[in-house]
Design a protein around this ligand. Structure first.
Ligand code: MG
Length: 337
């Protein structure tokens, strides 16, 4: 098993502002794991608010030894091993997990989605995310995202209504809203939820602070719109805690340490009667295809990485009628340009 990894700065098409941060690029660790002539590709997207960096990824990788691992890979064993090296670092763990899924698919000549019993015809449409911007920029971005049938918008500042009104002046597409923990007062939050409901909003992510289940549950109980936990649900152990607090959860491979645990999180959420969303960080086609392999298991998808970035090192996956298309190419189906 030969491991190669290198840092890559993934540039955003536009500066991206959410309730608490703004940025113009994202550090990525590109991962390649080779075995007997086959190479699997993975990636870690290290958005600053998750706390990982090229430095922490390098330090983690210095501890990783996969010489014991032989195909077919036992992913339970792999994740237990990676967690034994350090408790955090889900981004770089995801890079390893994704590369090994791609590798396994290539060795066995099987598309990755088949390992999860996914039905490609059930692919949910993906939303196109707008950051917090001036009305002029928002309108321009809405035009850029016209291939997507759903708009997701980041709220959590004092001009939230103005933002929604701007979108509604040019588009009647369904809206997903992400408050990114930006709402402070639960009654004001609920008033906003009710107003957003009238504006055609389908779901709202993380209205209140991730460590305030009572306030989030209070809003969920009263909300006619689906309330989805994102920041508060990271690894498998967090899913159970989401029951009774949110209507659904947003699973992301960069939080779940990859596809194996991501799949377990989705299935556990369904078992608990929670709705499921699959989201992403700033990701290349690699992370996007890994998430797309699981997306048909979910109610909602927000996999817009390739649309929001300008130097994706891989070919954009096939996209049609607002949805990613899963191919039968062995592994993830990632194509180098
Ligand atoms: Mg979110």
């Amino acid at each position: 098993m030969k491991i190669n990894y290198k840092p890559f700065e993934l540039n955003l098409r536009h500066p991206f502002t959410i309730a608490k941060f703004s940025r113009t690029s994202t550090p990525i660790m590109l991962m390649e794991i080779s075995y007997e002539g086959f190479t699997g590709f993975g990636e870690a997207s290290m958005v600053p608010y998750m706390g990982e960096s090229i430095e922490t990824a390098n330090a983690f990788m210095a501890k990783v030894d996969l010489s014991w691992l032989k195909p077919p890979f036992d992913f339970d064993e792999l994740i237990a091993y990676l967690d034994s090296l350090a408790t955090g670092n889900p981004n770089i763990k995801a890079a390893i997990d994704i590369a090994l899924h791609d590798l396994q698919g290539k060795i066995e000549q099987r598309a990755c989605y088949r390992y999860f019993g996914t039905d490609p015809s059930k692919m949910p449409p993906t939303s196109y995310t707008l950051g917090i911007d001036t009305p002029e920029v928002l309108i321009r971005k809405i035009k850029e995202g016209e291939n997507c049938h759903i708009i997701k918008v980041k709220l959590g500042r004092d001009n939230d209504k103005e933002l929604i009104n701007t979108i509604r002046s040019v588009s009647d597409k369904p809206l997903y809203v992400d408050a990114n923990q930006g709402w402070i007062d639960r009654q004001q939050g609920l008033d906003m939820v009710l107003w957003l409901h009238e504006q055609g909003v389908v779901l709202i992510e993380q209205p209140m602070a991730k460590d305030d289940p009572d306030s989030n549950a209070w809003i969920t109980e009263r909300s006619p719109v689906a309330i989805v936990g994102d920041e508060s649900v990271q690894r498998f152990a967090d899913v159970e805690k989401a029951k009774g607090v949110y209507h659904g959860i947003n699973m992301k491979l960069m939080k779940s340490a990859g596809m194996h645990e991501g799949y377990r999180i989705i299935m556990k959420a369904k078992e608990l009667g929670l709705k499921t969303m699959i989201g992403c960080m700033s990701e290349t086609s690699c992370g996007t295809l890994a998430a797309a392999a699981l997306a048909p298991l979910c109610d909602w998808a927000d996999l817009d990485g390739p649309f929001l970035t300008s130097n994706n090192p891989y070919k954009d996956p096939e996209f049609k009628d607002g949805k990613w298309i899963l191919s039968d190419i062995p592994g993830l189906g990632l194509i180098k340009p």
